[in-house]
Design a protein around this ligand. Structure first.
Ligand code: DAH
Length: 347
């Protein structure tokens, strides 16, 4: 092939290449054009291959023409690429534009769950009496749950509580292997008494666990609010006054309470407390049980290092779910645990 034919081919090719480059409307298209005209299997490659068959003195001419082709075509590619990139950026900016004036979709505000609300309201009534809030571990030693509470190993009350034992080889702070999910918040009484001097007035909210089957009134996880007051000259009258204040704050100013004899290992005497709840069909006062309580047993005081000859105390434990159900006329404890947002939205 002669050099002039090759140069003419090249000029023709350049004209077509520049036209195709200017006609590309996207960056992808532009890249296809680039490959078609300058890639390894392009017409340009064909022209380059003819180099070998050209007389050596003509090669310079063709070489120059090839360089001019490359400069032209690369220049055209760069220019077109800049135009298309700017257009692509502009399109993206338009596409991803956020209209800050559009009102946001309404997100319903969150709030504490009814159990938390109830627990806080209960705690608040005692804080208003000047008591402090205390807490303790949910994974607790049997020593604190039972021994400290005057429930020895062979005592049937241990079985009554349906305690969940953690048999995973761990031991408690005394090196004893009986570690449980606490079945009540009472062990925190012992933890506080062992570390604080009387006078003590504390309220202990917390989660508790029992190996119970779920039904309308039972949940294996539930919540208690425990109270403990220890000092010189503390009597059952203080217990009565504190719980009356609590009942009125939680259920209404016209409520009365009544103490009925009961039995707990950690209190002596012990009382179950009822709150007045309207009247029966025969006109007598209707009473509902709300909690267990009593005067702290001297054995418990001693175990905890408190001198029972000098100090007395009272204690109580209240089920938070029961209070929530009474206050809101709920009939199934499961409603409190299923997490249905339609239920929570009511409170
Ligand atoms: N711990 C008891 C329970 O879970 C409730 C209780 C009763 C706590 C009497 C007390 C108390 O502090 O004095 O069944």
């Amino acid at each position: 092939m002669s050099a002039s034919t090759a140069v003419a081919d090249l000029e023709d090719l350049q004209a077509r290449a520049v036209a195709a480059i200017d006609g590309a409307t996207t960056l992808d298209e532009l890249d296809e054009v680039r490959v078609a005209f300058t890639g390894r299997k392009s017409e340009l490659a064909d022209v380059q291959k003819t180099m070998g068959s050209i007389a050596p003195e003509d090669r310079k001419v063709l070489g120059k023409a090839l360089n001019a082709f490359k400069t032209e075509v690369e220049g055209a590619l760069d220019q077109r690429r800049a135009v298309l990139e700017a257009a692509a950026l502009e399109a993206r900016l338009v596409d991803e534009r956020i209209d800050l004036t559009v009102p946001p979709a309404a997100v319903p505000p969150g709030r504490p769950h009814l159990i938390t609300q109830t627990e806080q309201a209960m705690v608040d009534t005692f804080v208003a009496l000047g008591w402090r809030v205390a807490d303790g571990p949910e994974v607790e030693s049997a020593a604190y749950c039972f021994d400290a509470m005057n429930i020895p190993p062979d005592h049937p009350a241990r079985q009554d509580m349906d305690t969940i034992y953690l048999q995973d080889g761990r031991t408690d702070e005394f090196g004893l292997p009986e570690v449980v999910l606490r079945p009540h918040t009472s062990p925190v009484q012992a933890r506080v008494m062992r570390t604080q001097e009387p006078p003590i007035a504390i309220v202990i909210p917390g989660r508790t666990y029992r190996n119970d089957t779920v039904d309308a009134t039972h949940s294996p996880v539930f919540t208690q609010v425990e109270g403990l007051v220890v000092g010189e000259g503390i009597t059952m009258a203080h217990l009565h006054g504190s719980l009356l204040a609590f009942a009125r704050a939680m259920f209404g100013e016209d409520r009365e309470i009544r103490l009925r004899p009961s039995k707990f290992e950690f209190t002596e005497p012990s009382a179950e407390v009822d709150v007045s709840w309207g009247t029966n069909p025969d006109g007598t006062t209707r009473w509902l049980e709300i909690l267990g309580s009593g005067m702290v047993d001297p054995v418990v005081l001693s175990w905890c290092g408190v001198d029972p000859d000098r100090f007395t105390g009272f204690a109580f434990g209240i089920g938070v779910e029961r209070v929530a159900m009474l206050r809101h006329d709920l009939h199934d404890i499961r409603d409190l645990y299923e997490g249905d947002a339609r239920f929570s939205a009511v409170f």
